[in-house]
Design a protein around this ligand. Structure first.
Ligand code: DX5
Ligand code: ZN
Length: 214
């Protein structure tokens, strides 16, 4: 079963509770955290995660686009994140392992994210200890960009690695996922699709969530 994780980056920030309510048929709430350093944009942080936590029963999928996430993962867990993903490009391998260990010590799920230029093999040091791998299908930083179909071979390669080494691990894609691109992601082996603008710009949001499941 394909899971949908709407990104609240495309929600109305003045009406977050209302807009999170509108995605109640989804599987995760995807929260894009940007620090203005790892990516050239600043979005939302720990107080907002804490504020939205009581507004939904859905798990919070917190995508950290920040440098040295080790500094903040425990605070995001305490704020109510259920799953935290950290970029493989954001710190040393040693510090990324330490961040994953901190997330697990809080009883939460951890994931590794790859930017478009990062090869599939970058997941190997982490593959057996994470609950999710996220492949970016846009350059991280902004919603509403065009889907990068050239990432599909990487998704397929990571699907093969997951099936071989950690079959319970989820495989998520993020960026430009819409009704015309979701099938390619599913066929390549993704089982969780993030979608921001495709969900929040839809007139019928539950209908769009159902459509994206393929
Ligand atoms: C981009 C973010 C995405 C973004 C997706 O850096 O990680 O989650 O919100 O937005 P769409 O679906 O509009 O490409
Ligand atoms: Zn994201």
């Amino acid at each position: 079963m394909i899971k949908i994780a709407p990104s609240i980056l495309s929600a109305d920030f003045a009406n977050l509770e209302r807009d999170i309510g509108r995605i109640s048929t989804a599987d995760y709430v995807h929260v894009d955290v940007m620090d203005g350093l790892f990516v050239p944009n600043i979005t939302i942080g720990i107080p907002v995660v804490k504020a939205i936590r009581p507004t939904t029963q859905l798990p919070l999928d917190v995508h950290l686009m920040i440098v040295r996430p080790l500094r903040y993962v425990e605070a995001f867990c305490d704020a109510g994140a259920d799953l935290i993903t950290i970029h493989v490009e954001s710190d040393t391998e040693e510090n990324l392992h330490a961040a994953i260990d901190k997330i697990h010590a809080k009883g939460k799920k951890a994931g590794i994210v790859l930017k478009p230029a990062t090869p599939a093999e970058a997941v190997l040091p982490f593959l057996e200890k994470v609950e999710l791998i996220l492949v970016m299908t846009v350059e991280p930083g902004f919603g509403g960009q065009s889907f990068m179909a050239d990432q599909m071979p990487k998704v397929s390669a990571i699907r093969a690695l997951i099936d071989q080494h950690n079959p319970g691990c989820e495989l998520e894609v993020d960026g430009g996922v819409a009704p015309d691109t979701c099938r390619a992601c599913i066929e390549a082996g993704a089982n969780v699709l993030v979608a921001g603008s495709a969900v929040y710009k839809a007139a019928d949001i539950p209908g769009r969530i159902a459509q994206l499941r393929g």
